[in-house]
Ligand binder design. Structure first.
Ligand code: GLA
Length: 356
């Protein structure tokens, strides 16, 4: 019998390295963080199936939404994710029931820690847990890749942000004390133990908010697609460094970032496995320089935040997420005090749902 009330939690993520590589079939090394989004879902009695309504409350914002499952309709902001999650689950045959959804969280919104993917994953898991009897719901709950793709469609189709699978996979596959080496061509996710020997990853918010739908994110994705087309490769994963000189500006710079960033992901994975934290710090700063100079997604506020962290003694710092604002990740050795505003982040478990 279906649970009448469930609580789902989905974490945000930081990406150690491998930025703007996911939609280029490249590599990334994120970890799920302890902070995330919680959705408490209560089935609305007698309103199962396509005739029901979703009532959604964004508790932190003091806002609400209400829509019929039969025709959720488009909306802006957080409401687009709720409507999209319900509609995409219905389209996948998972028959989400009418429900009250109470949404709360502790990931800063638009801060580059993947608050929107965390919300979408938590919403999807909560609605699936309310409806375990539909075979499609059962299938989705046992298949993180299929669920990540569904949640990614919510962002792509319902908010217009053409983001990849990084955030959703990191949220769904997160593990305590491990980063995830994700290969976006094979879609294999491998755990890499995060044994930091007292070193700390921290994030500091630039306090500049971004929206992937309105920032240059889609433009960068378009530029990468165009670069692949000109090089005659399926994706930039297949581009060879010596080919890049053929490309016109700024496509050459964009492609060079992606090709070299994939190499840095492998180097960072080795540094972690060898416990070589200074090498990891240097790779973070190299990634940042590439995102700023070749991929052109930094801003003065992000630069000031990275400079502040380095001046406080960080071994390396880089912007994380889509760019154009958001947070900076930095690595501190065990002895250096953390500067004001820097929050330590540690890997936490992946998304999950429980009855009650
Ligand atoms: C955002 C997107 C991801 C990824 C990163 C950049 O977080 O949602 O899919 O492209 O930007 O690495």
């Amino acid at each position: 019998m279906a649970a009448r009330s469930v609580t789902a939690f989905a974490p945000g993520r930081v990406n150690v390295i491998g930025e703007h590589t996911d939609y280029n079939q490249g590599l990334a090394l994120p970890f799920a963080i302890e902070q995330g989004v919680t959705v408490r879902a209560t089935a609305a009695p007698g309103e199962d199936g396509a005739g029901g309504r979703i009532e959604a409350l964004a508790l932190d914002l003091g806002e609400r939404d209400s829509f019929p499952l039969r025709d959720p309709g488009a909306a802006e902001g957080w409401r687009a994710f709720v409507r999209g999650a319900a509609a995409e689950l219905a389209a996948a045959g998972a028959r989400p029931p009418g429900a009250l959804l109470e949404i709360s969280g502790d990931v800063p919104r638009g801060g580059g820690l993947s608050s929107s993917a965390a919300m979408t994953v938590a919403l999807a898991l909560a609605l699936l847990a309310l409806q375990p009897d539909a075979p499609a719901a059962e299938d989705l709950r046992g298949d993180p890749l299929a669920l990540a793709r569904l949640c990614s469609r919510v962002e792509n189709e319902w908010t217009g942000a053409r983001t990849g699978l990084l955030d959703q996979l990191a949220s769904l596959c997160g593990a305590r004390e491990a980063a995830l080496l994700i290969d976006f061509r094979s879609l294999v996710v491998e755990q890499v133990p995060l044994e930091l020997a007292g070193w700390r990853f921290v994030v500091a918010d630039s306090n500049e908010r971004h929206s992937h739908a309105s920032s240059g994110y889609n433009e960068r994705r378009e530029e990468c697609a165009r670069a692949s087309e000109l090089l005659g490769v399926e994706s930039l994963r297949d581009a060879r460094p010596e080919q890049l000189a053929e490309l016109p500006a700024p496509l050459q710079e964009r492609a060079r970032h992606v090709v070299e960033e994939n190499g840095r992901v492998l180097a960072a994975t080795r540094a972690l496995r060898d416990g070589d934290m200074p090498a990891l710090g240097a790779l973070l700063s190299a990634s940042h320089a590439s995102l700023r100079d070749l991929f052109a997604i930094s801003t003065p506020a992000v630069e000031a935040t990275a400079a502040r962290l380095l001046a406080a003694g960080a071994a390396g710092a880089r912007l994380i997420g889509g760019g154009f604002g958001g947070s900076v990740l930095a690595l501190f050795d065990p002895a250096t005090p953390l500067p004001a505003g820097a929050i330590a982040v540690t890997p936490g478990p992946g998304a999950h749902a429980e009855a009650g």
